[in-house]
Design a protein around this ligand. Structure first.
Ligand code: SAM
Length: 326
């Protein structure tokens, strides 16, 4: 648990798209690739290179540096290049068969297609309503949904989530919500660098032994103000999401390591969430890393650390409605 992994050495995470295939079939294809696939993808992986994730059943990893961007399975939408941490929110939501789920800030749709796959795997005809206010990003979402074979499950809408009426007929049927709003992205800075730089170039900025989640004190004024703006949108969006009347489970997630965008946002809405019948729930009791101890229920919150967990820095909070609003 305490081995520090330079983020440039993260495994290559991938998600099997259950709408198109199964983990078993994908493993078989990685071990015995189709000989007509182009080089280097026609070279088999060793069994020890393909590691199934212990927490998330549709996620696996290949050795660090594995380049799969033009892999035929990626092009066909059978596998999706998505970090383990980014796959946690959809599993935390655990959509049930037949559910209608709202993805509030959805583009480019990694979590939208993941939820669509989990709804289908649960055996029902549910759907995901995916809002985003950015037209170009929503186009990317549509492209990703087509590639994933999820178009029939996803309804993509160009809309500001804050102006969606939670009480309208359609929204009052929604049982699940995922809110993965714009954030500082501070948890992904190293994996983003990884695409830009050779791993040796990432080295000097890696402070071995630190977990990168404690640097708010070192921020300049501009960065602090930006964080405040982001946090105030995140809080407004989370409050809005809590007011969908039939929602049973709501997941709030960020790829930020900052307490201001994570625990502080949850703490700010918690009294209102309680009055609406929600409680914090632990989506992954077997996971070791928890929220910072700055609010009651912090041990229900999930964090991943970009240095210690072999994946991006992420934050996941699950609200579950356990009683009627008071
Ligand atoms: N969940 C996405 C995924 O896994 O692919 C990533 C979402 S990204 C972190 C945040 C998204 O929120 C951006 O696409 C941005 O355009 C969108 N967004 C920001 N403010 C919004 C608003 N008020 N209503 C709807 N979408 C918004």
């Amino acid at each position: 648990q305490n081995t520090v992994t330079p983020p440039s050495l993260h495994p290559r995470w991938l998600r099997v798209n259950l709408l198109k295939s199964s983990v078993k079939k994908v493993v078989a294809l990685l071990l015995n690739p189709d000989p007509i696939w182009p080089k280097p993808y026609n070279k088999p992986y060793k069994e020890s290179d393909v590691v199934l994730d212990a927490l998330l059943p549709d996620v696996m990893s290949l050795p660090p540096g594995s380049d799969l961007h033009d892999h035929p399975l990626v092009i066909e939408g059978v596998i999706i290049l998505q970090s383990k941490a980014s796959c946690m929110p959809a599993h935390a939501l655990k959509p049930m068969a037949g559910w209608t789920v709202v993805d509030c800030c959805a583009a480019p749709g990694n979590k939208t297609t993941h939820i669509a796959a989990l709804i289908k795997a649960a055996g029902g005809n549910g759907m995901v309503i995916a809002f985003d206010r950015d037209e170009r990003r929503l186009e990317r979402l549509n492209g990703n949904a087509v590639r994933a074979g999820a178009m029939h499950i996803i309804s993509a809408r160009l809309h500001d989530f804050l102006s969606v009426d939670p009480e309208c007929e359609e929204m009052s049927q929604v049982q699940g919500i995922i809110l993965d709003p714009s954030c500082s992205g501070s948890g992904t800075i190293y994996s983003r660098m990884d695409h830009l730089l050779p791993s040796s170039a990432a080295g000097p900025r890696f402070r071995g032994g630190n977990s990168f989640d404690n640097d708010e004190g070192q921020m300049g004024q501009e960065e602090t103000e930006r964080l405040e703006r982001l946090a105030s949108f995140q809080e407004a969006a989370l409050r809005h999401a809590l007011h969908f009347p039939a929602v049973k489970r709501l997941v709030y997630s960020t790829c930020s390591v900052h307490q201001r965008e994570n625990e502080d946002v949850v703490a700010a809405v918690l009294p209102e969430a309680h009055s609406l019948g929600f409680r914090l729930k632990d989506p992954f009791p077997e996971w070791h890393r928890r929220g910072r101890p700055v609010l009651e229920g912090h041990d229900m919150l999930v964090r991943t650390d970009a240095c210690l967990d072999g994946t991006d820095g992420f934050f996941v909070a699950l609200f579950e409605r356990t009683s009627d609003p008071t």
